[in-house]
Design a binder for this molecule. Structure first.
Ligand code: BEZ
Length: 211
């Protein structure tokens, strides 16, 4: 059964490149991104892990811990990391989980047998500090993920957690946001003192409240 938005992200114990971890203990109090890749020494994954390492300060600023996963061993991961660091000019600075018995891949439904019987697809789970699943993405093996999009969604999730707003199509941090329909138009001036625009009674925008 696949995980759905709002579900509790299952806990697990894992061997990783930074040692053995308990997932809940590792992410305690933080947001998390857990993402899978098909296998070590594959070209697309090499670029993805390099990109993630380069974005570490962006994830840190958002209080996000990142964990990657594949079904290869810790020893393979460590050897491959040397290549990633060399070819992507970075230092992998987050754990890569070695899910050799595929127990985490199964918990998170990361193997899609009609795509590959053995390899994990490119799954992404964004998990909140409450351990609930906030976002799921599934990419095919041949398409590298857009990590700016993952950061963008985290910005939206963290903003909409704090304020009664939603974010429009292609929104980026700093741009106007939408006042949620549950807020009556007459309540907007008190809740959003920066002002608002009523485009339609159901479509009201306001400057991003935390900027
Ligand atoms: C990979 O790098 O993981 C990959 C590349 C081409 C096709 C499928 C996967």
């Amino acid at each position: 059964m696949s995980l759905r938005l709002g579900d509790l992200a299952p806990n697990f114990q894992a061997k990783t490149t930074v040692g053995d971890i308990d997932f809940y203990e590792y992410i305690d109090g933080s947001w998390a991104v857990l993402y899978s890749h098909p296998s070590d020494y594959t070209p697309v994954c090499t670029t993805e892990l390099g990109r993630t390492a380069k974005l570490k300060s962006e994830f840190d600023q958002r209080n996000v811990k990142v964990l990657a996963l594949s079904v290869d061993s810790v020893e393979d991961h460590h050897e491959w990391i040397k290549d990633i660091n060399d070819t992507q000019q970075t230092e992998v600075n987050f754990p890569i989980i070695a899910d050799e018995d595929k127990h985490i891949a199964e918990l998170y439904d990361m193997i899609h047998p009609n795509a590959s019987a053995t390899a994990t697809v490119r799954s992404v789970f964004v998990i909140g500090p409450d351990k609930k699943v906030k976002l799921t993405l599934t990419y095919p093996a041949s398409t590298g993920r857009n990590f700016q999009e993952i950061l963008r969604v985290i910005d939206s999730l963290q903003l909409t957690d704090q304020y009664q707003v939603a974010t429009p199509a292609d929104w980026k941090d700093g741009e106007d946001v939408i006042v949620v329909p549950a807020v009556k138009t007459e309540e907007i001036p008190a809740k959003f003192p920066k002002g608002y625009t009523e485009i339609r009674p159901y479509l009201r925008t306001t400057p991003q409240p935390n900027k």
